[in-house]
Design a protein around this ligand. Structure first.
Ligand SMILES: [Zn+2]
Length: 181
């Protein structure tokens, strides 16, 4: 997919709807680990106040790689890093009164705990619109978004095949797209 095939917001919502109706096979294919895990830390600074923070290198590289690939498809995305203090403030604006888990419905919850170092994911389909911002620390939050934007229905994470039809709530959380908008 190249940049001229980038989908509009309404096209992405249509795709989200279509995926939500896809059948999830009983048998999942097993793949290899996607990358070798090395637990080195890298030093970053808070994008708001400049405080030095550290991230686990392999996770940070994996996230940066996925965000670059989304960007290469023509989508306006970025990741910012925040220290605990700055992130607590943003989190209170984004999800007031939420502790560790943001409840989507009775079955679905999103992990939004603030860490020593935090990732905020920015997404928009139109540069005249404000970004949708999501607190997105887990590395595995980025895989479904990339797969979705690449037009796929499933992806491999840690040797297991995952289907986007099971991740609609996470896609909505990350992108701000709503299946019923
Ligand atoms: Zn800060």
């Amino acid at each position: 997919m190249d940049k001229k095939n980038k989908l509009s917001r309404s096209e992405l919502v249509e795709r989200l709807k279509a995926i939500s109706h896809e059948e999830i096979p009983k048998e999942r294919s097993l793949g290899a680990m996607c990358y070798r895990i090395v637990f080195n830390d890298i030093s970053l600074s808070c994008d708001n106040c400049g405080t030095e923070i550290t991230e686990v290198e392999h996770g940070e590289k994996a996230v940066q790689d996925k965000v670059k690939r989304m960007s290469a498809l023509g989508y306006d995305v970025k990741v910012e890093h925040l220290c605990t203090e700055c992130c607590n403030k943003v989190k209170e604006q984004l999800y007031p009164g939420t502790d560790e888990w943001l409840e989507i419905n009775e079955e679905k919850k999103i992990y939004v705990e603030v860490h020593h170092s935090n990732r905020l994911f920015y997404f928009r389909t139109d540069s005249t619109q404000p970004y949708h911002i999501a607190l997105a620390n887990p590395i595995y939050y980025y895989d479904p978004v990339l797969a979705f934007l690449e037009g796929k229905s499933s992806y491999c994470y840690h040797g297991r095949q995952h289907f986007l039809a099971e991740e609609i709530h996470l896609l909505e959380y990350m992108t701000g797209l709503k299946i019923d908008e």
